[in-house]
Design a protein around this ligand. Sequence first.
Ligand code: PLP
Length: 415
Amino acid sequence: MTHSLVWHPFTQHGLDDDIPLIARAEGAWLYGADGRQWLDCISSWWVTTHGHGHPKIMAAIRAQTVKLDQLIFAGWTHEPAETLARALVSLVPDPLNYAFFSDSGSTSVEVALKMALGFWRNRGETRHKIVVMEHSYHGDTIGAMSVGARGVYNAAYAPLLFDVVRVPFPERAGQNTLDALEAACRDPHTAAFIVEPLILGAGGMLIYPASILAEMRAICVRHHVLFIADEVMTGWGRTGTLFACEQAGVTPDLMCLSKGLTGGAIPLAVTLASDAIYDAHRTPHRADMFYHSSSYTANPIACAAANANLTIWRDEPVLARVATLAEQQETYLAALTHPALINQRQCGTITAMEIASDTPGYLDDIGPRLASEFRNRGLLLRPMGNTLYVMPPYCIAVEELDQIYTAVADVIGGP
Ligand SMILES: *Cc1c(COP(=O)(O)O)cnc(C)c1O
């Protein structure tokens, strides 16, 4: 192949430039232009829920393209967005009654942060501090990075990131987290707490119990601090329920959704907001309106894809499929025993584990080395450092899961 002019995300150009060229995908499989094929074990970076190319989503996209391709969304509207907003709001509890669309998980987080600050400003309160959980990930724009974990991946931009208050990741009953959150929320300048419910994804698939999520929510209520649930990864069945917050009986003030919103077919995100937050911005005063937009806000084709996804959730037994997948994942994880595999854990359809080693330096570049080893065996797996995880699309067959775990055992056990 001629030298590629494409600059890839989170890719160390100069180290490993063997980048497969994918021609098409179907279900859990990616098909290379050269005839090779790969099993998509991480749902193409956590977005593909039902499987690639779901016929109903593809048909909805095709049907929408002949009606309306794109429309300015400031002061104009269209049927796919109206339908989608109604459908989304019907899936979440009161008072989450308003839908603000954007294009990615990161922007849905930026929108939530801006709404939280606007809410307090418009109510005449000087609350502007954001509380976050250690090891969190909320996206790669400046605001989203600011509320996420700091590390080698954002060290260059650190001078631009704003300060936040960090509470530790829960240990045992989570008292360390709850005490720190309570202290942070006592500060009268605290505006909001943002958290990934039940499992921190990019931070290393770190799982904490629903009871702690519920207690964190209660602390925020007690201190009138807004609660932002970043369900960008956890939404759409990943944790076993449609949304992770359901397992804790938690209703956030703001909820961010993206990845599986269109079944993973086309970019779209939404920030769901409570009546109070919407009302604080519903005003004849120009200074108090919500100042945010992107050119493609609520793109009609993306909304049509999301509407088809919601129809699938309504008409097909998706949650039953998710439950079966979770059971199958549990069985395979339990059977995977190797002294080098530690902290084996599971949250719904996701399994994760760490690879331990006594050899100094061994773990430093283990992620890319393993990814390339799996790629050679026909699997798309992308360990984060020494954390290996499996997050397949829900259509994956048990024989295909078998293939994944056999390869993992092989690769770990090998020389
Ligand atoms: C992926 C992710 C984001 C960012 O979404 P993008 O679409 O990549 O911008 C935000 N929050 C969480 C929890 C995520 O997993």
